[in-house]
Design a protein around this ligand. Structure first.
Ligand SMILES: [Mg+2]
Length: 377
């Protein structure tokens, strides 16, 4: 199965409502739809996330694509890492694996989709099979004010989500008001997780952990900057009483090793766009498994394509969390027509159609492509 062409379509998938978090407000997900055409007629489909804007990620993809043309769709692992060497290391600009990964993960996913379609098998079966019957997800609380957030938290709790997840780091007073309103709204039974997205320093984090402790918090995700590494998280973890999740500190197996070795977190939040796709996601998960640390799927600005891929990979990993992040529901309109990706009682069955297992909604893709042409940045 030879690769004959790779098409890239930049998309802006608008959110239902403004997305409030510690780093600001976002209004949509910029992604690049990747379609790998082969000489068998099979087309593999994936998506690349594209932060902060689409143009530079698209430029990297366009630089990489000629290396795939004429090659076997089964040789993705080799072609991708040869391109890393030739496209990043050998150009003397230093190592940039994190940036590289978000672009090339899109091609890796599309290749898995093509391979699965050719074998008429879903991705999780190609990976050796599922170790669970369902993947469980968080209820992601949305809104701006404490009242809005508490009301949505109640709705999610009523819909069966047992893990609720809330963005904090928006100011001490507002954070406490938000968490207090949500805890009052959902009662003592709900498991409540917070994500400060890197905005606190050590001292602020210690103060905020103390203020938030009375609300029975399951963990706080990435309270301090990811670039402070495992040392920073380990220092905070030793001085505070709420468990810590590492997110922006971990992008690959080596980072997972560093977190585990330094006892820096209680859980690792990681996604397939950070690891450059499926193969390396599983490697990082295996490293964490050896330290009895679970992996929680990281949600980024993405569509149902990523939900389907992540769901299937998560199905194969023993040490998966039960409050995994899911993000397509933030979109005003998803570009995936099937399967139904609305969790029931906070869970989805394992996606079971060949490849990544989704059917694309071409009309929705066209509308998202038009939205990008209107608002490219
Ligand atoms: Mg996070």
């Amino acid at each position: 199965m030879k690769i004959t062409a790779i098409r890239t379509t930049p998309l802006l998938c608008k959110f239902k409502q403004p997305y409030h978090w510690s780093q600001g407000i976002n209004y949509g997900a910029p992604v690049i739809l990747i379609e790998v055409e082969t000489d068998t007629g099979i087309v593999g489909i994936g998506e690349a996330t594209a932060s902060p804007v689409i143009a530079p990620v698209l430029a990297i993809l366009q630089d990489a694509i000629p290396r795939f043309i004429g090659q076997s769709a089964y040789d993705g692992n080799r072609i991708i890492w040869n391109y890393y060497q030739a496209g990043f290391n050998a150009r003397g600009t230093g190592s940039a694996p994190r940036y590289f990964s978000q672009a090339l993960a899109g091609i890796e996913l599309a290749l898995w989709d093509a391979i699965g379609k050719a074998a008429k098998l879903p991705l999780h079966k190609l990976l050796g099979g599922a170790v669970r019957d369902k993947v469980e997800y968080f209820g992601f609380v949305q809104g701006d004010t404490p009242d809005e957030l508490a009301s949505h938290a109640s709705d999610l709790s009523d819909a069966g989500f047992k893990v609720l997840y809330v963005k904090v780091g928006r100011g001490a007073e507002l954070d406490v008001a938000i968490v207090s309103a949500i805890r009052t709204a959902v009662g003592p039974g709900a498991r409540l997780r917070l994500d400060a997205n890197e905005v606190w320093d050590q001292l602020t984090a210690r103060r905020m952990f103390e203020k938030l402790e009375p609300f029975d918090i399951e963990f706080i995700e990435q309270p301090i900057p990811g670039r402070t590494g495992s040392e920073g998280l380990a220092r905070l973890r030793a001085a505070t009483n709420i468990p810590i999740a590492a997110d922006q500190t971990v992008y690959c197996a080596e980072d997972a090793f560093d977190i585990c070795r330094n006892r820096a977190a209680d859980v690792i939040v990681l996604g397939i766009h950070e690891t450059c796709g499926v193969v390396r996601f599983r490697k990082a998960a295996a490293v964490a498994e050896a330290a009895a640390v679970n992996i929680c799927l990281h949600g980024v600005f993405e569509t149902g394509i990523t939900t389907c891929a992540s769901n299937q990979v998560a199905a194969t990993i023993p040490n998966m969390d039960d409050g995994n992040q899911i993000m397509w529901q933030l979109l005003a309109e998803d570009i995936v027509k099937s399967p139904n990706l609305v969790p029931k009682d906070g869970a989805l069955p394992i996606v079971d159609a060949p490849g990544l297992g989704f059917e694309l909604d071409r009309d929705a893709v066209n509308r998202a492509a038009e939205a990008y042409r209107e608002t490219p940045a």
